[in-house]
Design a protein around this ligand. Structure first.
Ligand SMILES: O=P(O)(O)OC[C@H]1O[C@H](OP(=O)(O)OP(=O)(O)O)[C@H](O)[C@@H]1O
Ligand code: HPA
Length: 190
């Protein structure tokens, strides 16, 4: 299950950002090369999990964009990208994002009151990004029906679940200076 994703994670190099061991991977960074075979495997898996009961896909700049694009093309659902740049459009919502290695502002546009939203992202780690984004989407009047993240490391996903959101991840990993270890793969017995 998810063989291409597992194989690519085992090859991921590690760099240190501050004190954070950061894995570099095609899905989370777009480097060194994002192969269609990998995107296709992941998108088909996410579509299986997501069902069809949602109106819009929402994802986050930068590396949510290829995922949301493939899902949108395969499902025919529209997508909105939460950006790191302000547009100043009417109804734009700003929130503060914090990850294990960065802090900044995110700007939501294009999400309408009453819509059912599928949120997708490449990685969840501290959960800082989704902890800020999900309540902000609800405050805009949207309903979050599912959150699907490809790669989970650390406690962020469990914390988001504890906040009452339905979170699914394709693979759980551990990261240290020696590389990535795969802890759990969706749909596989441990
Ligand atoms: O769970 P967290 O600790 O919040 O980390 C997860 C976030 O970190 C990465 O985004 P980043 O801001 O690095 O943006 P990028 O997609 O531009 O690399 C990733 O795409 C997630 O959005
Ligand atoms: O270690 C990481 N690698 C890539 N993207 C990430 N987003 C949060 N942590 C990471």
């Amino acid at each position: 299950m998810l063989e291409v994703l597992q194989e690519s994670l085992r090859k991921a190099p590690i760099v240190i950002r501050g004190e954070y061991p950061y894995f570099i991977h095609p899905i989370s960074d777009g480097v060194p090369s994002l192969e269609p075979e990998l995107l296709d495997e992941i998108a088909d898996h996410m579509i299986d999990i997501a069902g069809s009961d949602y109106d819009r896909i929402v994802s986050i700049e930068a590396m949510g964009i290829p995922l949301a694009t493939v899902l949108s093309m395969k499902t025919g659902k529209p997508m909105s990208i939460v950006r790191k740049r302000q547009y100043g459009l009417e109804g734009e919502v700003v929130l503060s994002q914090s990850t294990g290695y960065s802090k900044g502002e995110l700007y939501i546009n294009g999400v309408n009151k009453g819509e059912n939203i599928l949120v997708v992202d490449d990685v969840i780690s501290t959960g800082g990004t989704l902890k800020a984004l999900l309540p902000a989407l609800e405050k805009m009047g949207a309903e979050i029906c599912n959150v699907i993240v490809v790669i989970s490391r650390g406690d962020g996903a469990a914390e988001i679940s504890d906040m009452g959101y339905k979170v699914e991840t394709l693979v759980k990993i551990d990261v240290d200076m020696n590389g990535v270890s795969i802890l759990e793969v969706a749909g596989e017995q441990q």
